[in-house]
Design a protein around this ligand. Sequence first.
Ligand SMILES: [Zn+2]
Length: 326
Amino acid sequence: MSAKPSSNGSPAGPIGPTGKDGPDRQDVQGGERDPADAWHSCDCGDKHWGSRGAAGTLIIRDRDVLLQLRPPGLHHGGSWGLPGGARKTGEAPLGAALRECQEETGLDPGFLEPVWWWVASHGGWSYTTFGAQLREGADPAGVSRAGTPPGAAGNPNWETAALEWVPADQVADRDLHPGFAAAWPDLKRVLGQRMGLIVDTANVMGSRPDGWWKDRAGAAVRLRNQLEPVASSGLANVLPDGPSGWFPEVVMVVEGRARGIDQGESVTVVHAPGEGDDQIVKEARRALEKGRSPVMVVTADKGLIGRLGRAGTDIMRPGRLLALIG
Ligand SMILES: [Zn+2]
């Protein structure tokens, strides 16, 4: 699979948009040259802008996605793709995707909720596509208006000819950038999905002998703090089919003497009034009803796994979670 919605073209300098489509633009625009801003001659037969790889954002609003028309004159000009571009030296894919998205659409990254990512590996080069839901309160029309025609007075971003919300079912009808066209069937398949991660706290705590039995509440807080970054940094390779990684909505179910610990910043703590298992099944059903998909429950409890199997959830072993967040 290949995915490189707008593989060339990326701002170089630290202050605002600078050069695009090659080193010759750098000097004109005055940006400081990043060695990552260079063409990569790829094994796939195409060339890509960004020697360290590139990243882009698929902004999702219900069943619509925001497409960007590349101006004629750019590599694959006249095709529709995603806002995105080269990763700078030392820049993580998500940081690159959100920065490029802001530069090319004017949309504040605070209005985006990343939900999953796909990595299209071309051997020595890769493109990471982040799916991001448009949060409530964002002005979807404002996003579209942010794109001004190339060459227009004061145009801050000449690599965007137009931005348009396109219903998912009509995307394939457009003249798509070849990388985006190759990635689109996978992206479309998980368009409305967001992972729900439900943690059987007692079971996970019990799987590591760190003295939890002396201070159950303290151990639960330690686990909650370890889970905090998961919402923003994500979990990679957790399911064989589907995206390369998910940014899950995390729910920790606590019981017994671990009850009473505080809510996390991104982790929701649910205090089971009685049996933890009953509450976990309830939370799994709640997540499914909310449309979370997949719903992943972290437990090794055989009885609970049997009950959850009937509810339609996926299971992750505690050791796997601890290895991922350790
Ligand atoms: Zn390639």
